[in-house]
Structures are given as C-alpha cells and as structure tokens.
Design a protein around this ligand. Structure first.
Ligand SMILES: Cc1cc2nc3c(=O)[nH]c(=O)nc-3n(C[C@H](O)[C@H](O)[C@H](O)COP(=O)(O)OP(=O)(O)OC[C@H]3O[C@@H](n4cnc5c(N)ncnc54)[C@H](O)[C@@H]3O)c2cc1C
Length: 170
C-alpha cells in the first residue's frame, strides 16, 4: 500500500466530483495515474489544508513551485484576487511550460529548467528583491524548498509568519 499527497482541484460537492492533476515521473502514484482507466478505484483520505491567506493582504506574493505544486498554486492564484504575484515554476520536460497556469495580468510567471536538483530556482530566490510586506509560498522538492526558505529568511529578512512552505517530494 502506497500513501501519497495530492491536491484536490475544482471541487464540485454538488456534482460529487473533483479533479487530481498528476505530475508524471517514475513512481508508484505517477505510474498508477499514467495507466489509470475509467472505473479504476483509489482509497483516499481528504485532509484539508491548514493554510489560510494572510489576514492583511501582502504587497506581493512570491511563489516558488513545480509541476507537483502547480495545482495548489493555481488555487492560490485564484484566491489572492488583486494582489500582485511573481511565480517561479520549475520544468523538467519542455512541455511542462505549456501546462495551464491560472495567472492574471498582475501575476508574473517565469519557468526555469530543473538543473542540478533545483539550482536555478534556488539562485532565483537569492537574486530577487523582496519587499518587507511580501508573503512567500514555497512548495518544491524538499532540498530546494528548505534552501529557498532559508534564503527568504536570512538574505531577504522575511519573517517566518510571512512564509508558507511544504516539501512536496524528495
Ligand atoms: C500537500 C501535497 C500536495 C501534493 N499535490 C500534488 C499534486 O496535486 N500533483 C502531483 O503531481 N504531486 C503532488 N504532490 C507531490 C506527490 O505527493 C509526490 O510527487 C509523490 O512523491 C509522488 O509519488 P510517486 O509514488 O509517484 O513517487 P515516489 O515513490 O514518491 O518517488 C519515486 C521517484 O520519483 C521521484 N519523484 C517524486 N515526485 C516527483 C516529482 N514531482 N517530480 C519528479 N520526480 C519525482 C522521487 O525522487 C523518486 O526518485 C503533493 C505533495 C504534497 C505534500
């Protein structure tokens, strides 16, 4: 039995439906998705999310993620309304960059190739300017997530209350 975390997308309680978007790689969950057929079953536990948008809207969201966290990032972009955001997404296959991102005109999206286990994303976090009232949302592989959070705290002085992070895979 394998347990993995996935994001429920476009919940439709009335229609009793939701979607899951699987990033494909070589692992049991991804393999299941790649070969799933209509009628296949999954045992699932809905855990919900403890994340709530900050009460006072930040000046800007800084978002770091990849194809695994893109479903959650799209929900975040839907939820943050008029607040500007800069979003950096890591791609492993060129076609990843064609995945739908629900960005609005005030959301700037940049795709960066995954090289050296996330080096470009980590370097990007180092090189950005970061306003004092920014809020960061980080969900990449574990090493990259921890590194970016450290950079946001130590190089950009973001308080930990202004950072939401979660390692999505290792
Ligand atoms: C809260 C939460 C929500 C998540 N939501 C989603 C979601 O909506 N969609 C989604 O696709 N993933 C999502 N993930 C990530 C997903 O749970 C992991 O990628 C999981 O490890 C995949 O399981 P697996 O059985 O396919 O591979 P595993 O058995 O975990 O790993 C097998 C191999 O694949 C590699 N691997 C694992 N994940 C990735 C990846 N994303 N990219 C490249 N290589 C990888 C591992 O390093 C390992 O070498 C979420 C994770 C969390 C914590």
């Amino acid at each position: 039995m394998h347990h993995r975390g996935y994001t429920l997308v476009d919940l439709d309680p009335q229609g009793d439906r939701f979607a899951i978007e699987f990033a494909l790689h070589d692992g049991p969950a991804a393999r299941w998705a790649a070969s799933a057929a209509v009628g296949d079953g999954l045992d699932a536990t809905a855990l919900g999310s403890s994340f709530e948008l900050p009460e006072a809207a930040p000046g800007e969201y800084l978002v770091f993620g990849d194809t695994a966290s893109l479903p959650a990032i799209n929900s975040l972009l839907d939820a943050i309304g008029d607040v500007p955001a800069r979003v950096w997404l890591e791609w492993q296959y060129e076609s990843d960059q064609n995945l739908p991102v629900r960005n609005k005109p005030h959301h700037q999206v940049t795709w960066l190739q995954r090289v050296d286990d996330g080096r470009l994303l980590r370097e990007q976090a180092q090189s950005i300017s970061c306003a004092a009232d920014a809020f960061a949302w980080v969900a990449c592989d574990g090493h990259t997530t921890r590194s970016i959070v450290k950079t946001l705290k130590t190089s950009h002085n973001l308080p930990k209350t202004a950072i939401k992070s979660q390692a999505y895979w290792k």
